[in-house]
Design a binder for this molecule. Sequence first.
Ligand code: ATP
Ligand code: MG
Ligand code: FE
Length: 344
Amino acid sequence: VVILGIETSCDETSASVIRDGNEILSNVVSSQIEIHKRFGGVVPEVASRRHVENVNDVVEEALTQAGMTIDDLSAVGVTYGPGLVGALLVGVSWAKALCWAKSIPMIGVQHIAGHIYANFLSGGMEPPLLALVVSGGHTEIVHMPAHGEFEFLGRTRDDAAGEAYDKVARAMGLPYPGGPQIDRLALEGNPEAYAFPRAWIDDESMDFSFSGLKSAVLNTMHNAEQRGEPWKQEDISASFQAAVVEVLVEKTVRAVRKTGVNNVVVAGGVAANRGLRAALAKRAEEVGFSVHFPTFDLCTDNAAMIAAAAFPMYEKGRFHDLDLNAIASLSLTKWADTPTIQFM
Ligand code: ATP
Ligand code: MG
Ligand code: FE
């Protein structure tokens, strides 16, 4: 089974060809980061236009690298939400045109499900599992009892983890996206230089809150500047990261204890964070559960993860009709409810 994945939900135009759910034949990611950097974040209209300009070349390149033509494809998996609606529509329209022209099935994929399925690209992964989702726009703990089935155990009440990284980085004058910069600086700093707050919410909760932490970091820098005292990017980064990581790790441990599901995968851009990877691996060993991270290049947006998520749907024969629309706020738990068709 050869699936073409297409991802255009935000600022990466990506296409990938994968075989049998986890063999990556190609994964082409054309990032717009350089374009959006000067605005300090993603500009939706600019992103859509860029996707339109890029999508043909990116798909063609993915097919060429895989040594395939469109005649070799079994199906197309495409992100249809959540994301910027104008950006999503570029991928969805492209997928529809190809599937219609070639009479092959189309599978609409929920983007966060894609991030979770990035873990399946390493092979040997099977539900039931818990997913710690830590991306630019989402932070949640998800129970996944079976393929395509998701249940929320906890979620952020304000900022996402990646968003907190990006906002703190911006306040420190670091370029967008700030997560990787803070990760790098944190290695050189003292994580105990500042006692930043951890939002536990209550003893049981698996919800998150990062806006108080973000404010505390901003206030610390502001107050130091007012007093004419220096602050070091390295120490702010290390102390901020320690606060984020501790909460993410301990709430994941709670979820394992509460559900008895002891297979954890981490998903989304912040899964690339070296502090999080080390701390969670250590706690998993202590507590006795297994933890899996995608390879670094598969943590942030890419189409291989979208094709990987499409694969089990292909096997179940759950395809979307060509009237599929982009849905800017598509929820993970609603994905499975989207009406699907029996193909042909
Ligand atoms: P979503 O998937 O929720 O729609 P998104 O697609 O914009 O959001 P991702 O591609 O999953 O987000 O991840 C991008 C985010 O990951 C950014 O916020 C970025 O700063 C963060 N990030 C990337 N690498 C690291 C890292 N090493 N440490 C911390 N954060 C990181
Ligand atoms: Mg991105
Ligand atoms: Fe993403």
